[in-house]
Design a protein around this ligand. Structure first.
Ligand code: CAA
Length: 385
């Protein structure tokens, strides 16, 4: 098996890395400190094609595959974790379901403004009372002539403040559990809704996380993705893909924390030699490097399975589980290597710990990833028996 990247993939990786080195790494600390959406960086990312990576060229996207997306996500997130999640939610959770489940009219209306970054997208699934139990949602979209009338509150919405295109998952038939759930594209200009609480977060502070408040919001029936009742499946398929993006985000965060710890270990001296010459530090560096390589292999496994049209939900859950826990472990050790300097804001180590933590929670907690992996593994076993 050859793991050498082909020319296109290599070019995308190099382009994203060069952009991150020049534009994101020098700005990431300021973005975190100010906690303001980095519009100028996002516009530059859009100009590079990073906001519509898998959108077909006919809809102004870059027409690339999942591996290309994962490579770019790793590099962008290495530069700035907030930019990583903005890009990930926009590409995986908004462009992808419209591309996969939208009809020709919906693709033509919604994809070009998203792919060119003229519009930002958000995905509204979780609610104040339902996160992991996605089917336990309460928001309703009840048909009234040519419209659905939406009522309810959505929580933890990445890009909630900036987005003008929202993929909304809601009950069109509340009497049914997941089979009564549908997916709608809500154009915020055409169907205004409220922005509720803007969260004050631990990390990824440059991306907004808000609640969305729907009060008799009228959404055209023409914006229904697929058929009524398809919404839970739309959400699950979307998250299967999204988890590859978050895994790559986690990998990027782990990598930058590792690179900085490595550099520090060659610069800082104690007891007459650089600390990187001590076995205790080398053990940490060895574990960090190994974890990072393993995470990358799992991400590439999931991405290539998706690109080959194979079943990949189990692999994307494994990639997300392992990469996010790797990021937490690596960032913890990177801070430890920096000693007291790791705990203050002069260095980036504490920011990486904060940014990494959310990757174990959003787009499915580690507990949900284990549940998905266990269910799939047990059903494979049952099929073999
Ligand atoms: N692909 C396609 N269909 C799927 C599927 C998948 N991956 N997973 C489940 N389904 C289908 C099942 O086949 C079943 O279909 P039938 O009724 O036809 O048999 C149906 O969906 C219901 O499946 P389950 O019985 O397995 O559903 P469940 O209620 O037990 O839940 C779950 C399954 C995996 C726990 C799911 O609820 C889940 O993934 N929860 C986590 C949600 C999540 O990740 N939320 C993150 C929100 S997004 C975010 O973080 C915001 C952000 O902006 C970053």
């Amino acid at each position: 098996m050859d793991l050498t990247l082909q020319d296109t993939h290599q070019m995308i990786q190099e382009t994203a890395k060069a952009f991150a080195d020049k534009e994101l790494l020098p700005a990431a600390q300021k973005i975190d400190k100010e906690g303001v959406f980095p519009s100028e960086k996002v516009a530059k990312m859009a100009a590079l094609g990073l906001m519509g990576m898998a959108v077909p060229e006919q809809y102004d996207g870059a027409g690339l595959d999942t591996l290309a997306y994962a490579l770019a996500m790793e590099e962008i997130s290495r530069g700035c974790a907030s930019c990583g999640v903005i890009m990930s939610a926009h590409n995986s959770l908004v462009c992808d379901p419209i591309k996969l489940f939208g009809n020709a009219d919906q693709r033509r209306r919604f994809l070009p403004p998203l792919a060119t970054g003229r519009r930002i997208g958000c995905f509204a699934l979780s609610e104040p009372g339902s996160g992991s139990d996605a089917a336990g949602m309460r928001t309703t979209a009840i048909r009234d002539g040519d419209h659905y009338v939406v009522n309810g509150t959505k929580n933890w919405i990445t890009n909630g403040q900036e987005a003008q295109t929202c993929v909304l998952i809601a009950h069109t038939n509340p009497a049914e559990r997941h089979r009564g759930i549908s997916a709608l594209v809500v154009d915020r200009l055409e169907s205004p809704y409220g922005i509720g609480k803007v969260e004050d977060k631990f990390g990824i502070k440059g991306s907004s996380t808000t609640s969305l408040v729907f009060e008799d919001t009228r959404v055209p029936v023409a914006n229904l993705l697929g058929q009524e009742g398809d919404g839970f499946k739309v959400a699950m398929v979307t998250l299967d893909g999204g988890r590859i993006g978050i895994a790559a985000q986690a990998l990027g965060i782990a990598r930058v924390a590792f690179e900085e710890a490595l550099r520090y270990s060659r610069e800082r001296s104690a007891f007459g030699k650089v600390i990187g010459d001590f076995g205790a530090i080398q053990e940490m560096l060895a574990d960090m490097a190994t974890d990072i390589e393993a995470a990358r292999l799992l991400i590439w496994r999931a991405a290539t399975a998706k690109d080959a049209g194979q079943k990949y939900g189990k692999f994307s859950a494994m990639a997300k589980l392992h990469a996010s826990e790797t990021a937490a472990r690596v960032c913890h050790k990177a801070l430890q290597i920096h000693g007291g300097y790791g705990y203050v804001k002069d260095y980036n180590a504490e920011r990486h710990v904060r940014d990494a933590r959310i990757t174990e929670i959003y787009e499915g907690t580690s507990e949900i990833q284990r549940l998905v992996i266990a269910r799939e593994t047990l059903s494979e076993y049952a099929a073999m028996a």
